[in-house]
Ligand binder design. Structure first.
Ligand SMILES: *Cc1c(COP(=O)(O)O)cnc(C)c1O
Length: 227
């Protein structure tokens, strides 16, 4: 039996029905994705625009492709026609560009707001006040071709599980506050994207609806030898 199948089975066996698995296939060859697909996996995540576009072209068209990495505004155009969910929206400017591209293709592009929840010093992610400012802006109110369906965050990379849990807990709190204040009408704001190979069990306990798991399915990544 293949490793990929065993690992997928193990993870999907642990996840509650309410949690969807994003299989993070970045740096991995088409063959690995096809294999996971053949075992029934349909959602895949990538963090580089070019790689995502190439894989979309080559692989079955019923795959749901998620862009999970930092996205530059000048690259949105390469994925706007097909991407199912953009996980890491961290500025009004980026949202505006996604909206414009969505308009070109006459589609509504689903997005998550990325929050900076780790104590690590990373460049990416909003804080709560920045998100409020974005959601109260006239520009956002006018956008017809994006839909914010939830939030995303990455916990600190650490063995300290208490800290990881606290960070996920905080993200859920942000999610609940935003939902109550800005998305109380309708059921579209519902995704909490949190949890990776090392911390997804904690994320699920803290209310994750989308886990993004790469190395636990496909094995360690080798960045010097892509495809
Ligand atoms: C690579 C990546 C993942 C998956 O990481 P693993 O530790 O391999 O599971 C999840 N989320 C983001 C944003 C990533 O870039």
């Amino acid at each position: 039996m293949s490793n990929i199948k065993e690992r997928l089975d193990e993870i999907t066996g642990i996840l509650p029905q309410s949690v969807r698995l994003v299989a993070v296939s970045k740096t991995k060859p088409m063959g690995d994705i096809q294999e996971a697909y053949d075992w029934g996996q349909r959602i895949f995540g990538e963090n580089k625009v070019q790689e995502l576009a190439d894989k979309y072209e080559a692989l079955p068209k019923d795959i749901e492709w998620h862009m999970i990495g930092h996205l530059q505004t000048n690259k949105v155009k390469y994925i706007a026609s097909f991407v199912s969910l953009i996980h890491a929206v961290d500025s009004l400017k980026l949202l505006e560009v996604i909206n414009q591209e969505g308009q070109k293709y006459n589609r509504i592009i689903n997005c998550l707001l990325q929050f900076h929840i780790a104590t690590e010093d990373t460049k990416f992610g909003l804080d709560y006040n920045e998100a409020v400012e974005l959601l109260e802006s006239a520009q956002y109110a006018a956008m017809q071709n994006i839909r914010i369906v939830g939030v995303m965050g990455m916990a600190t990379y650490t063995d300290d599980t208490q800290r990881v849990r606290a960070e996920f807990h905080y993200l859920r709190e942000i999610f609940c506050r935003l939902k109550q204040s800005y998305f109380s009408a309708g059921e579209t704001f519902k995704e909490l994207s949190m949890g990776m190979s090392g911390d997804y069990k904690i994320a699920v306990e803290e209310g994750s609806t989308l886990v993004r798991i790469g190395s636990s399915i496909f094995g360690e990544r080798n960045y010097s030898k892509i495809n």
